[in-house]
Design a protein around this ligand. Structure first.
Ligand SMILES: Cc1ncc(COP(=O)(O)O)c(C=O)c1O
Length: 374
């Protein structure tokens, strides 16, 4: 059987990871400034993470959601405390798209409406409702176009207020910082205004923190820079440091009923252990503070380079926009300088390194980046 050929691949096979470094099958070392698309939060193969997972595997990997799982309770407790959402509830799922799918479903159950407002350049995943609110017609099949979605320009407060005022909108869904869209940051005043308007009109505000959350921005969630409290927050990626887990963080205004949401694999013993280990390490090693410090340093230093259109971001979620396409530049960084980076669109290099990135590794990146820009 062949693999279904949907991914254009680099001719590199990564077989090992350690901290902010990965190694291919020939033993070549790479600096990981991509974290496998913002997934690696506490660093590859962190010893505490490895130990917790190894111990858990000895005991139990999975049992169903029909019995008590105290690891889910421990995870919810720790997540509530570290994020400042102790009064919210947690529903566990397997991926980012599924987290958004369930968030949208919950919103619609709650207010009985179905129209959703999303934003230009948004990316929320590839399942049906999640891809429906993603601003990319190329990845939507006809079967995904089953409810009304209005895409509005990011940071256009008036446009959102106008759409919400007749009280027919089910939910507004917005990324804490747009990732795939090219590290576009919603302004705090915009987030505040839509949060207020959502409350006034019975619209559910969903913050997709799948890429921007879990400390990457320097705060636990990027929307916390705006001081708002959304109705639902979705997480995944950095939550399990590579072990597939997603979460829907739900305000007390939603009342659960049996069977309303459900999953076979979501929140199993193995993934909860991974997610607990991530939170323990984030806290013990002050990785949010590190992301902010090293991120600010990187942003300041990158801004000094010539030929750049704009450098933007928060913490270790950084976009470097050029006037011209960056495909070649990214390939040179990877093949000549042995650094993994990401891209957004054609002109933006995206940096999403593990949150344990040191200043020394940031300097190593800056040196090698300078060389490819020469
Ligand atoms: C902001 C955002 N939301 C949702 C998703 C979808 O997550 P997943 O690929 O885990 O389904 C992504 C993935 O890139 C994302 O960046």
């Amino acid at each position: 059987m062949n693999l279904f050929d949907v991914y254009p691949l680099f001719d590199i096979e990564i077989v090992k990871g350690q901290g902010c470094r990965t190694y291919d099958k020939n033993g070549t070392e790479y600096l990981d400034f991509y974290g496998g698309h913002a997934v690696i939060s506490i660093g590859h193969s962190h010893p505490y993470f490895v130990k917790k997972l190894s111990d858990q595997i000895q005991n139990l990997v999975f049992y169903s959601n029909s019995v008590i799982n105290s690891l889910q309770i421990e995870l919810a407790d720790k997540l509530g405390k570290i994020s400042g959402y102790d009064d919210y509830s947690l529903f566990l799922i397997n991926s980012g798209a599924e987290a958004n799918e369930n968030a949208l479903k919950l919103a619609s159950f709650h207010n009985g409406r179905s129209k959703v407002i999303a934003f230009g350049k948004s990316f929320h995943g590839r399942t049906s409702a999640a891809v429906g609110v993603t601003d990319n017609p190329a990845i939507k099949a006809p079967i995904n176009q089953n409810f009304e979605v209005e895409f509005l320009p990011l940071n256009d407060t008036e446009a959102v207020l106008q759409s919400l005022k007749n009280r027919v909108v089910c939910a507004v869904i917005i990324e804490g910082i747009q990732g795939v869209g090219g590290i576009q940051i919603p302004q705090p005043a915009f987030l505040k205004a839509i949060s207020t308007a959502c409350k006034e009109t019975g619209t559910v505000l969903i913050l997709d923190e799948i890429q921007s959350g879990y400390g990457r921005s320097g705060k636990f969630f990027a929307h916390q820079y705006a001081g708002i409290r959304p109705d639902i927050i979705t997480t995944a990626k950095g939550m399990g440091n590579g072990v597939p887990i997603g979460g829907v963080i739900i305000s007390p205004m939603f009342k659960p009923t049996y069977g309303m949401l459900g999953t076979t694999f979501g929140g199993n013993h193995l993934v909860c252990t991974a997610a607990i280990a991530v939170l323990d390490v984030l806290q013990h090693e002050h990785l949010m503070e590190n992301a902010l410090q090293v991120g600010n340093y990187l942003i300041n230093e990158i801004q000094k380079f010539p030929r750049l259109k704009e450098v933007r971001g928060k913490g270790l979620m950084i976009g470097i926009e050029f006037e011209e396409p960056v495909k070649k530049l990214r390939e040179r960084l990877l093949f000549e300088k042995k650094i993994f980076t990401g891209v957004s669109g054609s002109n933006i290099i995206r940096l999403l390194p593990p949150l344990c990135l040191t200043k020394q590794d940031a300097d190593l990146f800056l040196d090698r980046f300078a060389e490819v820009l020469k």
